[in-house]
Design a protein around this ligand. Structure first.
Ligand SMILES: *[C@@H]1O[C@H](CO)[C@@H](O)[C@H](O)[C@H]1NC(C)=O
Ligand SMILES: *[C@@H]1O[C@H](CO)[C@@H](O)[C@H](O)[C@H]1NC(C)=O
Ligand SMILES: *[C@@H]1O[C@H](CO)[C@@H](O)[C@H](O)[C@H]1NC(C)=O
Ligand SMILES: *[C@@H]1O[C@H](CO)[C@@H](O)[C@H](O)[C@H]1NC(C)=O
Ligand SMILES: CC(=O)N[C@H]1CO[C@H](CO)[C@@H](O)[C@@H]1O
Length: 578
C-alpha cells in the first residue's frame, strides 16, 4: 500500500527512526481493524452405508459422533502411531466419550475393532482426488481463490493485509512431537461459540454462520490477533494473525534484529561481567554466570520454553540436570571439556563436546558436588531469575537475542570469508549455502536425511553422467572440426570450429552447475537451513550480499521468504553491516 511504500522509502534512505515514530504509543497496535472472521472446517460427512465398521467380527452401525472419531483413527491406520500404546489408550478413552450408552456397553476393547473398510474407503477417495480431471481441479482452485479473496484479507488502519491462517484446523487426533504423552487424544472441532473475535468498534463485524453465535466480540487494539480460541489438548490459546509480509509483522521482525545489533555493541561488557561473576562469593551469582556463558557460547535456549501442559522431558540451559553433562578434566595438557547430551525443544537431541575455560569447569564441578544424577545442575537458578538478569544487562535482552546475534554475525563473517570475486554465480550460491550451514550447525538445526535423499542424489548423479558423456562428444566434435579447418582453411570451417567451441563451453558450465548442486545437496543432508534463515539471520545481511555480488534474490529466498523479508529487500544496500 502507499503508506507502506512511503515508509520503506524513507527507511531506504536511512531514517529508521521514522518507523518507530510511526507507531502508536502505549502498546496500541492499530486504530481500525475489520475482517470477515475464520473459515471453519467442513462439517462431517457420514460414511456411505456400504462402508462398515466391525466389532468382534460383526458389522456395527455407529452413531454419527462416534463414527466421526472412528474415521480419524481409520485415516491413520497405516501410520505407526496407531500401534503405540499411549496413542491407542488416549484415543480409546476419548472415543468412548463420544459414544452412545449402547455403543459404550458394546465396544470395550480397541483390539476387537476393525477399521479396515473405513481405511480402504479413504484411500480410494484420496486416489480419486488425485485422478480428478483438469476441469474438476480447476473448479476447486477457483473456489479456494474465492475463499481467499473473501476471508484472506483484513483492513488494518489504512492497509489491506493478508491474513496468515484464516482456516481453522479440522478436528482429528493429536499427534505431538516425539513421544508426546497426549498423543491420540481427540482434537475437538472448533465451533463459532468457541471463537473470540477481535476487531474495531466502528468496523463491520464478521458474521457467524447462520444460527450460531460467537463466544465474544471484543475490541482490543493492544493485540494484533483477529480471532482466538482455546484448543482442548494443551489448553493453549490459538490465534489468527496477519501474514509475515504485513507491515506490523515486518516491523516486529525489524525490531528483533535491531535488538540483536544493540547486543553487538555491549556484548564485550556483558562477557567481562559474567567472567568476573565466575569468582563471586555467592553461589547463585556463579550459577547465573556459568549459565549465561553457555547461552552466549553455545546458543542454548534458556529453558522451560515448553508449551503449557507439555510434559515431554525436554530441558534448556536453566533446567539442565547433573545427568545431562559429563566433565573431562584436563589431561596431558589438553583442554577442559564438557559433554552435553539432552533433549531440547521439540525433543531434538542436543549433543556437543566443548572445551571450556578452567574456571567454568571448576565451577561445574562445584555445582555437581554431592548431587544425584536427576538433581538440577543450577539449583539456585531458574528461567525467570535468568531472564530478569538479562533485562538488567540490556533492555530487551533474552537468550534468543544471543542466538540471533551470534547467528547473524556468524553469517556475515562466513560470507566475507567464503565469497570470492572470481567465482561464478552457482559457486557463489554454494558459498552462501555453506555460510548458512555454519549457522544452522551452530543453532543445532539438524534433521534426519529426507526419505527421498538417496533417490534424488541418484537422479542428480545420472544427470551429471549424461552431461559428462555429452561433453566428451562435444569435445570430440570440436577436435575433428579443428582438424578439418587445418586442411581446408576456409571461413565456413572456421565458423564451425567457433560454434563447437561455444558448445563445449556451454556444456562445461552446465556440468559445473550440476556438480555444485550435488555438493550442496550432499552437504545439506542432515541440516535444516530453513529455521535459521527464517528466524535468526538478519535478512539485510543476505540482501546486501546479493546486491554486492549481483545475485538475484530469488536464488536465496523463495516466494514466502521474499514476502516475509520485503522490508529488508527494500531497505538494505550493499554496504549494510549487521
Ligand atoms: C477386518 O475386516 C475385513 C473386511 O472388512 C476383513 O477382510 C479382515 O480380515 C478383518 N480383519 C480382522 C483382523 O478381523
Ligand atoms: C558464536 O558461537 C560460537 C560457537 O560457540 C562461538 O565460537 C563464537 O565465538 C560466537 N561468536 C560470537 C561473535 O559471539
Ligand atoms: C525462581 O526462583 C525465585 C527465587 O528463588 C522464586 O521466587 C520464583 O518463584 C522461581 N520461579 C519459578 C518459575 O520457579
Ligand atoms: C520456502 O521455504 C520454506 C522453508 O524456509 C518452506 O517452508 C516454504 O514452503 C517454501 N515456500 C515456497 C513457496 O516454496
Ligand atoms: C479488553 C480485552 O479483553 N483484552 C484482552 C485481549 O486479549 C488479550 C490476550 O491476547 C488479553 O490479555 C486481554 O486482556
Amino acid at each position: 500500500s502507499f503508506l507502506w511504500c512511503l515508509c520503506t522509502y524513507f527507511l531506504a534512505f536511512n531514517f529508521p527512526l521514522l518507523w518507530e515514530e510511526e507507531r502508536y504509543t502505549d502498546g496500541v497496535k492499530w486504530k481500525f481493524l475489520e475482517h470477515k472472521g475464520p473459515v471453519f472446517a467442513p462439517p462431517y460427512e457420514p460414511l456411505p452405508s456400504r462402508v462398515k465398521f466391525y466389532y468382534d467380527g460383526k458389522p456395527m452401525k455407529l452413531s454419527p459422533e462416534a463414527e466421526e472419531v472412528a474415521t480419524f483413527f481409520a485415516k491413520m491406520l497405516d501410520h505407526e502411531y496407531t500401534t503405540k500404546d499411549i496413542f491407542r489408550k488416549n484415543f480409546f478413552k476419548d472415543w468412548r466419550k463420544e459414544m452412545t450408552a449402547e455403543e459404550k456397553a458394546t465396544i470395550t476393547d480397541l483390539k476387537k475393532c476393525n477399521f479396515t473398510e473405513m481405511s480402504e474407503y479413504f484411500k480410494a477417495q484420496s486416489e480419486a482426488r488425485k485422478a480428478m480431471s483438469k476441469e474438476e481441479k480447476q473448479k476447486i482452485k477457483e473456489e479456494n481463490e474465492r475463499i481467499l479473496q473473501k476471508y484472506g484479507f483484513c483492513i488494518m488502519d489504512n492497509h489491506k493485509e493478508r491474513i496468515a491462517n484464516f482456516r481453522i484446523e479440522p478436528p482429528g487426533l493429536f499427534r505431538g512431537r516425539g513421544d508426546h504423552p497426549k498423543m491420540g487424544m481427540l482434537k475437538r472441532r472448533i465451533r463459532p461459540q468457541d471463537i473470540i473475535i477481535n476487531c474495531s468498534k466502528d468496523s463491520k463485524y464478521p458474521e457467524p454462520p447462520p444460527g450460531t453465535k460467537w463466544k465474544e466480540v471484543r475490541h482490543d487494539n493492544k493485540v494484533t490477533w483477529l480471532v482466538s480460541w482455546t484448543e482442548n489438548i494443551q489448553g493453549s490459546i490459538k490465534y489468527i494473525m496477519l501474514n509475515p509480509s504485513s507491515r506490523i509483522k515486518g516491523e516486529k521482525d525489524w525490531q528483533k534484529y535491531e535488538t540483536a545489533r544493540r547486543l553487538k555493541k555491549c556484548v564485550d561488557r556483558i562477557r567481562a561481567q559474567y567472567r568476573e561473576d565466575w569468582k563471586s562469593k555467592e553461589m547463585r551469582v556463579r550459577q547465573r554466570a556459568v549459565a549465561l556463558y553457555f547461552i552466549d557460547k553455545l546458543a542454548l535456549r534458556a529453558g522451560n520454553e515448553k508449551e503449557e501442559g507439555e510434559t515431554a522431558d525436554t530441558v534448556g540451559c536453566c533446567s539442565l540436570r547433573v545427568e545431562h553433562i559429563n566433565l573431562y578434566p584436563e589431561n596431558e595438557g589438553q583442554e577442559f571439556v564438557v559433554e552435553f547430551d539432552f533433549l531440547g525443544k521439540d525433543s531434538i537431541r542436543y549433543y556437543n563436546k566443548v572445551p571450556v575455560e578452567k574456571r567454568v569447569f571448576k565451577n561445574l564441578q562445584l555445582f555437581m558436588e554431592n548431587k544425584e544424577p536427576d538433581d538440577d545442575l543450577f539449583d539456585r537458578l531458574n528461567t525467570s531469575i535468568l531472564n530478569k538478569h538479562l533485562q538488567e544487562l540490556m533492555d530487551g535482552l533474552t537468550a534468543k537475542v544471543f542466538r540471533t546475534y551470534n547467528a547473524s554475525i556468524t553469517l556475515q563473517q562466513q560470507l566475507k570469508e567464503l565469497t570470492t570475486a572470481d567465482e561464478n554465480i552457482p559457486a557463489k550460491i554454494l558459498s552462501y549455502n555453506r555460510a548458512n550451514r555454519a549457522v544452522a550447525i551452530l543453532c543445532n538445526h539438524q534433521r534426519a536425511p529426507p526419505k527421498t535423499f538417496e533417490k534424488s542424489m541418484q537422479n542428480l548423479q545420472a544427470k551429471i553422467d549424461a552431461k559428462k558423456d555429452q561433453l566428451s562428444d562435444a569435445k570430440r566434435e570440436l577436435k575433428s572440426a579443428k582438424a578439418d579447418a587445418k586442411v581446408r582453411k576456409d571461413e565456413k570451417t572456421k565458423k564451425a570450429v567457433e560454434t563447437k567451441r561455444k558448445a563445449v563451453q556451454r556444456i562445461e558450465e552446465q556440468l559445473m552447475k550440476l556438480e555444485v548442486q550435488a555438493t550442496d545437496r550432499e552437504e545439506n543432508k542432515q541440516i535444516a537451513l530453513g529455521t535459521s534463515k527464517l528466524n535468526y539471520l538478519d535478512p539485510r545481511i543476505s540482501v546486501a550480499w546479493c546486491k554486492k555480488w549481483g545475485i538475484p534474490i530469488e536464488k536465496i529466498y523463495n516466494k514466502t521468504q521474499r514476502e516475509k523479508f520485503a522490508w529488508a529487500i527494500d531497505m538494505a544496500d550493499e554496504d549494510y553491516e549487521f
